[in-house]
Write a protein that binds this ligand. Structure first.
Ligand SMILES: C[S@@+](CC[C@H](N)C(=O)[O-])C[C@H]1O[C@@H](n2cnc3c(N)ncnc32)[C@H](O)[C@@H]1O
Length: 312
C-alpha cells in the first residue's frame, strides 16, 4: 500500500479542533493518518484517540503508524455515520472533539485499484468499504436510462447527464461496462466537442463524482452523522468538517447554522414560539478555504471547505 500523508489545511484543522492535552478525540476519516497524527501528538501522553475509516486499507495503514501507542489509540473499521454505536460499544459517552475530512484519500485515488479516478484504467468499483453495497459497474449496467441520468444530474450537477446516460445504455447493450477507461470514453463521446474544449475539468469529472457519491451513499451518511454529532460532544467540545464539494458543504452549512440559531420558527413569526435555544457556537461564519500556497503544493486541496463549531 502506498500511503502519502498529505492532509488538507493542517493549521486550520488544528485551530478548529484545538486538541487539549489528555483529551479524548475522534477522527472519523483516518485516510493516510495525517490529521490524526497531528491530533495524537497534541493529546498524548494521557489522551485517548479513536480513529474510524470505512476503508480497511486506511485501518491497516493506521495500525502501522499508531499501533505502538497501545490502548491510547483505538482503530475502528466502520462508517462515521455509525459513530453513536461505535462510541457506545467502547463505553464512551462524550468526546472533546470530532474531525471528519470527507472525500477520497490519495491512496484511494492513486493506489487502491478500485476505479475512483478516470486517470487510471481500473475496474469500476468505487466502494470505499469493500464489504458492502453496489459497485459503480453494477449501477451503470443495471439502472434504467432515466434513473441513471437523474443520478448523474443530482450528484454530479452534470448538465449533459441525459446524453451521457443514453450513451451508457446504448453501449451496454453490446457488452457490460467494466472499466474506468470504457466509461470515460463514453462520457467524452456523449458531450458536445465544444463543451469539452471549453471545460477546465476533465469531461468525466462530474459523472465519476456522481457515481462515487451514489455507491458510498455519501450525502445520506453525512446527514446521519451531522444529526448525531452534537450530542456526542462534551460542553466546549468541537466538531470540524472538511468537505470536498458543494453538495456536502450545503448539508454541513445548513445543519451547523440551524444548531447555532436554535430557534426554528418561520422567519415571519414576530416572536419565537418554539423555545429552542442555540446549542453550538459557530467557529467559522463562512467556510474556510485553503490558501493559495497550499493549493499550489497540494492541488487536491483546491475545493476543500472547512466549517467548525463548539458545543455550548
Ligand atoms: C480525504 S481522506 C482523509 C485524509 C486524512 N484526513 C489525512 O490527513 O490523511 C478521506 C477518508 O475518509 C474515509 N471516509 C469517507 N467517508 C467516510 C465515512 N462516511 N465513514 C468512514 N470513513 C469515510 C475514506 O475512506 C478516506 O480514507
Amino acid at each position: 500500500m502506498d500511503f502519502k500523508h498529505i492532509s488538507a489545511m493542517p493549521r486550520e484543522v488544528l485551530e478548529a479542533i484545538a486538541p487539549k492535552p489528555g483529551g479524548l478525540y475522534v477522527d472519523g476519516t483516518l485516510g493516510g493518518g495525517g490529521h490524526s497524527s497531528l491530533i495524537i501528538e497534541r493529546i498524548m501522553p494521557g489522551g485517548r484517540f479513536i480513529g474510524v475509516d470505512q476503508d480497511q486499507d486506511a485501518i491497516e495503514n493506521a495500525q502501522k503508524r499508531f499501533g505502538h501507542l497501545g490502548d491510547a489509540v483505538t482503530l475502528v473499521h466502520d462508517n462515521f455515520a455509525n459513530l453513536p454505536a461505535i462510541l457506545n460499544r467502547l463505553r464512551i459517552e462524550k468526546v472533546d472533539g470530532i474531525l471528519v475530512d470527507i472525500g477520497l484519500s490519495q491512496h484511494q485515488l492513486d493506489g487502491s485499484g478500485r476505479g475512483f479516478s478516470f486517470m487510471k484504467n481500473e475496474p469500476l468499483d468505487m466502494r470505499m468499504d469493500k464489504r458492502s453495497g453496489v459497485t459503480a459497474a453494477e449501477l451503470v449496467n443495471t439502472l434504467d436510462e432515466k434513473a441513471l441520468a437523474d443520478l448523474i444530474f443530482k450528484y454530479g450537477e452534470e448538465r449533459f447527464s441525459r446524453g451521457i446516460a443514453r450513451s451508457i445504455v446504448k453501449k451496454r447493450e453490446t457488452a457490460p461496462l467494466k472499466t474506468t477507461d470504457e466509461l470515460a470514453d463514453i462520457i467524452r463521446g456523449a458531450m458536445p466537442a465544444k463543451a469539452v474544449a471549453k471545460q477546465k475539468i476533465h469531461p468525466a469529472t462530474r459523472t465519476f463524482q456522481a457515481l462515487r457519491i451514489a455507491v458510498n451513499r455519501e450525502l445520506e451518511r453525512l446527514e446521519t452523522f451531522m444529526d448525531a454529532a452534537p450530542s456526542l460532544l462534551n460542553p466546549g467540545g468541537r466538531l470540524c468538517v472538511l468537505s470536498f464539494h458543494s453538495l456536502e458543504d450545503r448539508i454541513v452549512k445548513q445543519k451547523m447554522r440551524a444548531l447555532a440559531a436554535g430557534c426554528i420558527c418561520p422567519k415571519d413569526f414576530p416572536i419565537c414560539t418554539c423555545g429552542n435555544t442555540p446549542s453550538v457556537k459557530l467557529l467559522t461564519r463562512k467556510a474556510v478555504r485553503p490558501k493559495e500556497d497550499e493549493v499550489s503544493e497540494n492541488p487536491m486541496a483546491r475545493s476543500t471547505r472547512l466549517r467548525a463549531f463548539e458545543k455550548l
